[in-house]
Design a protein around this ligand. Structure first.
Ligand SMILES: [Zn+2]
Length: 345
């Protein structure tokens, strides 16, 4: 139940992003490409399609690398199609920064011959039971109701502007649900454990695993010459999703980002940003969360009660979405899972 509720909340984030975009323009494209440095782009959803996560596009001398494949077969196909607006070179490499469905469900859209590279933990998860249990299974279970709720809200909304925004989301979310019916979970065919470096033309691309964090197998993509870092969900614009995280180890993985000489960050969610201050912000959030979570666990406070009591408002200057005490229950359930040694290693 808790996981289902979280999946709905997670989907709700995507919906609110759609609301924002619907207020601005009605672009036909699914993606907005922004060139961060020459040949390296961030791709962020415009709202006409549910694409889930961001991706990065790295155009090399002879071919292209995409970092993360988005949330559905449809969004993966849209990436391949719209990419033609920025380059006519073929895609040869797809990186999965981690196993979550909003970063990997588009994998199958990439043609045979494209190497899909990820951590061996990512491959293990994607060849495992993710269709049966966990975040993705809960999403699929919750989608019909979510869609019905969205339709009901669109029908009953009296404010014309809000009604129009909700009405616009209905076909977007219906198309998303439909696209998932064709899903064939497609794991990486090339795996790494600690690091891998690709030399493509004059570009060096380093794939680095820095320890348990957002999942058990996050990799970051680092371009040393261009000083660009693609962080997946290890470090995002806001507080990352914690449902498969290792809150105790995550700050150490983030610490290993600090000596890396980067300027631009393309995160898995949110706008690209510059610099390292967000590392400190998030480390401090995670350490505080772990401290409060372990103290409550020690006092045998149930997860649901702990979720109400944990107070992260000290961090609201960095994370404006925090407006009151309390954190989401799945984050706490997950911490308790880690404390009790029930998390995947
Ligand atoms: Zn994720």
């Amino acid at each position: 139940m808790t996981r289902i509720r979280f999946a709905l909340a997670f989907a709700g984030v995507a919906v609110s992003a759609l609301v924002f975009h619907a207020q601005t323009t009605l672009p036909q494209s699914a993606y907005k490409f922004t060139e961060i440095v020459p040949g390296v782009y961030s791709a962020i959803g415009t709202g006409t399609m549910n694409v889930g996560s961001n991706s990065a596009v790295i155009v090399n001398k002879d071919e292209v690398m995409i970092v993360d494949s988005h949330i559905s077969p449809e969004s993966g196909r849209a990436m391949l199609q719209e990419l033609k607006a920025i380059t006519d070179k073929p895609v040869h490499f797809l990186i999965n920064t981690h196993f979550h469905y909003d970063h990997t469900n588009g994998n199958q859209a990439f043609p045979p011959g494209v190497d899909i590279i990820g951590h061996e933990f990512t491959r293990r998860k994607l060849t495992g039971d993710i269709l049966e249990k966990g975040m993705f299974a809960d999403l699929v279970k919750g989608l019909p109701k979510q869609l019905d709720d969205l339709k009901a809200r669109a029908a009953s909304e009296t404010d014309p502007a809000a009604k129009a925004r909700l009405a616009q989301q209905v076909p977007v979310q219906s198309a998303f649900a439909n696209s998932l019916k064709d899903l064939k979970v497609t794991p990486p065919n090339v795996t790494l454990v600690d690091r891998m470096t690709l030399f493509r033309g004059d570009r060096e691309i380093r794939l680095l695993y820095l320890g348990h964090g957002h999942t058990g197998g996050d990799i970051v993509v680092y371009l040393p010459k261009e000083k660009v870092l693609c962080t997946g969900d290890l470090l995002v614009h806001d507080v990352a999703n914690l449902i498969d995280g290792y809150v105790n180890e995550w700050p150490d993985a983030l610490e290993k980002l600090k000596p890396i000489d980067f300027v631009d960050v393309i995160p898995g969610h949110g706008e690209p940003f510059k610099g390292k201050e967000r590392i400190d912000w998030f480390q401090s959030y995670l350490r505080d969360l772990w401290k409060q979570g372990t103290a409550l666990h020690e006092q045998h406070v149930p997860a649901a009660e702990a979720a109400k009591r944990i107070d992260m408002t000290a961090h609201k200057a960095h994370y404006p979405a925090i407006t009151a005490p309390g954190v989401n229950l799945p984050a706490v359930s997950r911490m308790f899972e880690v404390i009790e040694g029930r998390a995947d290693r």
